[in-house]
Design a protein around this ligand. Structure first.
Ligand code: SF4
Length: 704
């Protein structure tokens, strides 16, 4: 598989949901990576992380052999042990006593077979993904409002808009190439307006005409207040509401009772009245409006309400699915959306079908010829690990993710995993906080070594292509999963020889009895042969016989995927965050990403130039709060909550809203002692989506 010099391989960046295309060429002693000018997501651009990809390759730090206990073993012994361990637990305690916890880093083909094995053959829906921590809230809200989990727009829309609103998104750092595209569009059309809604003054604010540093957790008040304002000023699209939506009256009534006026909105959100009024006026005046939102909205105990409040204003103004208009959920991971397509969440079935429709359950079961089709949702991530700790789940397989660092209440996971009879971890790296808890370690192939597809935030399916051989005995995840399935007695259904075969099956299932009822339909890709799959160019779903070239926008015709084809406005009663500060815990902890690191740093920490931007974990704090706590810039500090603590360096900054602290998510015990910020966060989740509240934890801070 090692490519010849100067033969560029076209593949996709493995980091964020922008999903940039990259070209990789072999050079003397390494690989050169550059942006793919033909990829529609980035048109040749790359951010700092993507540009450094070539420096993150190599064997150093990799898991090279399967390991049981501390002993390196061959694949046969490891796979037999995993299959026998899962079989033993299922026979003794039933299928719900086992679980998979997978990842938005997996390719769609890996995800597909993992989901098929658990839901169709083991007979449980206990497969959840780390996308639960970042995307499950928009999934739930879009399903409620549109009838399907589908992002209506494409990356061109923010470029075409006259007003771009970024809510809870530091896109300059977390979706950098999309931000670069927005900045270029703004330069070309200086009349474009940009509003940033975020408690922190982030790098994204450099593009903002207006920054609204609202009180943490009050986004739904702001958008409910906006809804009222648009009605009062006759800025709603009554014809659209009448023709294409339902639920307006109840939504308006809830909005009136919740947050009626500009002064009330300003008070709730802790913002100056004139800024709230300015935002509302802008929104009312600009038809071509895009609202980009991300983790600042999603990671909340009332995240679904926040997203619904955003969707409501777009539905009530008819600004959806047309050029330059729409609500736009920015996915965090490279394949968060591909995972949802195959049913990677415990609450979904494959191909955007659901457990709430018995016909869907039967249809998927028939298609797979499944002997043990699950008929009800499984446990969402936080509940899943709770069940591990409580002894209800006795065998757990974690694939391509590091929950010991990324989950809320992360310290309790050590105890939970310690109680589990069998913990299997597949990973490309040899040492992570989670691997240290594993009974069986399986070496997985990673970026550049594996073949498959990913789907980015604008529904664009792109190929990840291999350009080098996996080191040691590392194997692709789909192969590992299928080998275990065969050893569990499900051989015929997992006899795939290649990811292309899996993709074809996935594409066929998406078109099964679809008839246009589900937007996720890639049935036109089902006939792809090996060459066609190898050459597959980026394409946005749906990809059907009628639209073989793909589909840039959805719902522009006002037809949604609910019965009756209407979009649903849903009443929102804004609430305050689940926890409040007090004398003992006086500051609100907000967590998030930095510019040059990715997740728990297993890849990005391998290159020196990515560590210079922020070489160590910090706590950003406003000067007033620093003074009150006796802190100076650069001092080592202890940030603690009732659940744990981290040791980080104080960074005193006026960019931080008074009363709050920001700590990045990336550092872990493998890179720096006591820096897992997830250990501070309570396992409080949105009641509908199950997404944890990572943005609002009461904490105290003091000199170390
Ligand atoms: Fe990779 Fe995202 Fe950067 Fe693009 S913007 S190069 S996908 S990290």
């Amino acid at each position: 598989r090692d490519v010849a010099p100067r033969t560029p391989v076209r593949t996709t960046c493995p980091y964020c949901g922008v999903g940039c295309g990259v070209l990789v060429e072999r050079t003397v002693g390494g690989f050169r990576v550059r942006g793919d000018p033909e990829h529609p997501a980035n048109r040749g651009r790359l951010c700092s992380k993507g540009a450094a990809l070539g420096e993150t390759l190599g064997e150093e730090g990799r898991l090279l052999r399967p390991v049981i206990g501390g002993r390196a073993v061959g694949w046969d012994e490891a796979l037999d042990a995993v299959a026998a361990g899962f079989r033993r637990v299922i026979d003794a305690h039933g299928p719900d006593a086992v679980a998979f916890y997978v990842s938005g880093q997996l390719l769609t083909e890996d995800y597909y077979v993992a989901n098929k094995l658990m839901k169709g053959f083991i007979g449980s829906a206990n497969i959840d993904t780390n996308s639960r921590l970042c995307m499950s809230t928009p999934v739930a809200a879009q399903t409620q409002a549109f009838g399907e989990d589908a992002v209506p727009g494409c990356y061109e829309d923010p470029e075409l808009a006259d007003l771009v609103v970024l809510v809870g998104s530091n896109a300059a750092w977390t979706h950098p190439v999309l931000f670069q595209r927005l900045a270029a569009a703004r330069e070309a059309r200086p009349e474009m307006r940009v509003v940033v809604v975020d408690p922190r003054r982030t790098a994204t604010c450099e593009l903002a005409d207006l920054h609204l540093p609202l009180r943490p957790g009050t986004d739904a008040f702001l958008f409910t207040g906006l809804f009222n304002h648009l009605r009062r000023h006759d800025a709603l699209d009554w014809a659209y509401i009448e023709a294409h939506t339902e639920g307006f009256a109840a939504t308006l009534e809830a909005a009136r009772e919740s947050c009626g006026s500009i002064p009330e909105t300003a008070l709730r959100c802790g913002l100056p009245e004139q800024d709230v009024a300015g935002f509302f006026r802008l929104f009312a005046a600009q038809e071509r409006t895009v609202t980009l939102f991300s983790q600042g909205v999603n990671q909340s105990a009332s995240g679904v309400d926040k997203v619904l409040a955003i969707l409501n204003v777009h539905l009530a103004t008819g600004r959806i699915g047309r050029p330059g208009m729409g609500p736009f959920s920015l996915t965090g991971q490279p394949n968060a959306m591909g995972g949802r397509e195959v049913g990677g969440l415990a609450t979904q079935l494959a191909a955007h079908m659901g457990f709430d429709d018995p016909e869907h359950v039967m249809r998927v079961g028939r298609f797979w010829n499944a002997p043990n089709m699950a008929s009800r949702p499984g446990l969402k991530a936080v509940d899943l690990f709770r069940a591990v700790g409580g002894g209800r789940i006795k065998a757990l397989w974690i694939m391509g993710t590091n929950p010991m660092v990324s989950m809320p209440d992360a310290d309790t996971l050590r105890t939970a995993l310690g109680r589990c009879e069998l913990v299997v971890v597949s990973d490309c790296m040899a040492d992570t906080d989670t691997l240290r808890q594993a009974h069986v370690r399986l070496p997985a192939a990673t970026w550049g070594e594996r073949e498959g597809t990913v789907t980015n935030s604008e529904r664009c399916i792109s190929r990840q292509r291999a350009f080098t051989e996996p080191p040691g005995d590392a194997r692709p995840d789909w192969w590992i999963i299928c080998q275990v399935a065969r050893r569990m007695g499900f051989g015929g259904a997992f006899a795939y020889e290649s990811p292309a075969e899996i993709f074809r099956e996935h594409a066929r299932l998406s078109g099964l009895d679809n008839g246009g009822n589900r937007a996720f339909d890639i049935s036109a890709l089902a006939p792809l042969d090996a060459e066609g799959y190898a050459a597959l160019a980026p394409v946005q779903w749906p990809v059907t016989q009628e639209r073989p070239e793909g589909t840039a926008r959805l719902f522009g015709d006002g037809r949604f995927r609910h019965p009756g084809a209407r979009g649903r406005l849903l009443p929102v009663v804004p609430g305050l965050p689940a926890t409040a500060t007090d004398g003992q815990w006086p500051l609100v902890l907000n967590t998030g990403r930095t510019r040059d690191q990715w997740h728990t740093m297993t890849r990005t920490a391998r290159t020196a130039r990515l560590t210079t931007h922020l070489p160590e974990p910090v706590a950003e704090i406003h000067p007033d709060d620093a003074r009150a706590a006796g802190l100076a810039d650069g001092m080592l500090v202890r940030v603690e909550s009732p659940r744990g603590h981290v040791l980080v360096r104080a960074r005193v900054s006026r960019a931080q809203r008074p009363g709050s602290v920001f700590v990045p998510i990336h550092w872990n015990d493998c890179h720096a002692g006591s820096a897992r910020v997830g250990a501070l966060v309570a396992p409080i989740t949105d009641p509908v989506s199950g997404q944890p509240e990572f943005k609002h934890t009461p904490v105290a801070i003091r000199p170390w």
